[in-house]
Design a protein around this ligand. Structure first.
Ligand SMILES: C[S@@+](CC[C@H](N)C(=O)[O-])C[C@H]1O[C@@H](n2cnc3c(N)ncnc32)[C@H](O)[C@@H]1O
Length: 361
């Protein structure tokens, strides 16, 4: 069946309508005429396979990976990078407008590398097959290499294919629980292991950290919520008299404690546990709160407690625009948006990182 693709949805799938019913088409670009086959019929929408492209978009390129459309890692290998960035900008604008009534023309900072940028891969195994997961499925696609990860991870993958995490700092590799890597940001060294959170794209995270450092005001007390191995607490330690971090993951917390000692930082204290349960332990007046939650965003309890603290400044870092919009809708009653910037932390995928600077009204 021949269809014309109207636009892309938030996951990067082509959208067309068949007798008024929305149909999502994989590997499709706006304006293209495609011969499709419907592979799943749901009540409200269909999913279709791209059988043949009759009229190609000028923004289409040849995917560089043989596993593309098989493994679930990439969404945009068939699109020029400028077009991917335009899509991400548009997606953010639409989500913030639709779910938070925020109208903002967001700048997106590109990644200097769009392939071989990831410092981490997670391999899965089923019935002896080791590889990456298919999209929205538990099926494994066996891989020999991945175009998104740094080359030394691919070299390791060729020699030793095992389920689990492989992580690198560009030179060394770790794969086991008790192994550590050092990563330098500014003059500080951060120790991480496979279980602790760390941003996966060094080409973009430097830009994001610098942006936050340059835009945060110098003040007395900072709260670093969802602090991981303590990156924000440590790189901002000379801008605040006192900093408190809260982190739920034991490995990240242990590394954060190690990192303050190792970097001779004396004004930071970390709490192990949830933001929800630990915020009440901090009794001082707080000037600034950094929030960097997982994709689920803020729970009702943490959002309420943060608003009750009434810091002068909030910096919300988000890897999911939908939960960011949900939370900003409430925060913006009392805070005005000073700036909102996107950082392309995940090139060739539909994911995007956002930083929102907010000031108490
Ligand atoms: C997106 S990461 C941010 C880490 C850190 N800010 C960084 O840039 O490296 C989110 C962190 O929140 C932690 N986390 C998840 N839920 C939490 C909760 N309810 N309370 C405290 N920490 C939580 C995770 O373990 C993870 O380290």
């Amino acid at each position: 069946m021949l269809v014309k693709i109207e636009k892309l949805n938030h996951q990067g799938l082509g959208i067309t309508k068949i007798n008024g019913k929305v149909t999502f088409v994989e590997n499709a670009l706006p304006g293209e005429i495609i011969d499709i086959k419907i592979i799943r019929e749901k009540k409200k929408y269909n999913i279709a396979k791209n059988i043949n492209i009759i009229e190609k978009s000028p923004n289409r390129i040849e995917p560089i990976c043989k596993y593309y459309n098989k493994c679930g890692g990439c969404d945009f290998l068939h699109i020029k990078y400028e077009e991917e960035l335009r899509f991400k900008k548009e997606k953010l604008k639409n989500i913030l407008d639709k779910y938070a009534n925020i109208n903002y023309d967001i700048e997106i900072v590109p990644s200097d590398k769009i392939y071989n940028y990831r410092n981490k891969i997670t391999l899965h195994e089923t019935n002896g097959v080791v590889g990456l997961l298919k999209k929205q499925s538990n099926e494994i696609v066996e891989i020999e290499h991945c175009k998104l990860v740094e080359e030394n991870i691919n070299i390791k993958l060729k020699r030793e294919k095992k389920p689990g995490i492989i992580r690198t700092n560009g030179n060394e590799i770790i794969m086991k629980e008790k192994e550590y890597l050092n990563i330098q940001i500014d003059k500080y060294i951060f120790r991480i292991n496979i279980n602790s959170f760390f941003q996966i794209n060094p080409y973009t995270y430097y830009k994001m950290f610098n942006y936050i450092k340059n835009n945060i005001s110098k003040n007395q007390t900072l709260l670093d919520l969802y602090c991981g191995v303590g990156v924000f607490s440590i790189i901002l330690s000379d801008k605040y008299d006192k900093i408190y971090g809260i982190e739920i993951n034991k490995d990240s917390y242990k590394n954060a404690i190690f990192n303050i000692k190792n970097n001779n930082i004396n004004n930071v204290k970390f709490f192990l546990g949830s933001v929800e349960n630990n915020l009440k332990k901090i009794m001082e007046r707080i000037d600034t709160i950094i929030i960097d939650p997982p994709r689920s965003g803020l729970s009702k309890s943490s959002l309420k407690q943060i608003l009750d603290i009434r810091p002068r400044e909030i910096i919300y870092i988000s890897c999911d625009p939908l939960t960011l919009a949900r939370d900003l809708k409430i925060i913006k009653d009392n805070y005005e948006i000073k700036d909102l910037k996107a950082f392309d932390m995940f090139p060739r995928t539909n994911h995007v990182e956002c930083v929102c600077l907010l000031k108490l009204r």
